[in-house]
Design a protein around this ligand. Structure first.
Ligand code: HEC
Length: 135
């Protein structure tokens, strides 16, 4: 009986503490996840990649892949070629991406974009990354 009381007290304290925490931590606006990107002069391959990017990727990854409220910046150290090689772009386009690094949700596949075009988008993002100090 005594241990039951102790359990009840622990449960009550837990409820009070978690309610208190919810009041203390305000549900403010989502954190700002966009970055300022400067576009360098692009190679011909990257320029083709940019055209594809504008059409099929920009709505989420933002202007110059600087991010938006729908998706992450690709000009970001997370997408440094050592972490996400160009193959990650081909896979992302073909299969989509499960949410794992960011709070935006899953990326849907982009069947309109060929693997060759995805490689050009990767080239574009690499040139942006290089011009903006990612590597
Ligand atoms: C509807 C929104 C949306 C569109 C359109 C979109 N993406 Fe994404 N993408 C995301 C989100 C969200 C993530 C991050 C998922 C995570 O890691 O949480 C992501 C992640 C990625 C990644 C990282 C993959 C990995 O392995 O972590 C690559 C590369 C990528 N996108 C490329 C592209 C390309 C190229 C296009 C255009 C052909 C594109 N995305 C269009 C939302 C989008």
């Amino acid at each position: 009986m005594r241990s039951f009381h102790i359990l009840m007290v622990i449960a009550a304290v837990g409820i009070v503490v978690s309610l208190g925490l919810q009041l203390l931590i305000p549900a403010g606006p989502p954190p700002k996840l966009t970055v300022q990107v400067t576009e360098p002069a692009l190679s011909a391959e990257a320029a083709r990649g940019k055209a594809t990017f504008e059409k099929f990727c920009r709505e989420c990854h933002g202007p110059s892949a600087g991010g938006s409220d729908q998706g992450p910046p690709l000009v970001h150290r997370i997408y440094h070629p050592d972490h996400h090689a160009d193959g990650a772009f081909l896979l992302a386009v073909r299969n989509g991406v499960r949410r794992h690094h960011w709070p935006f949700g899953d990326m849907p596949p982009r069947p309109e974009v060929s693997q060759a075009q995805a490689a050009e988008v990767a080239r574009y993002v690499r040139e942006l990354q290089q011009a903006n100090g990612i590597f």
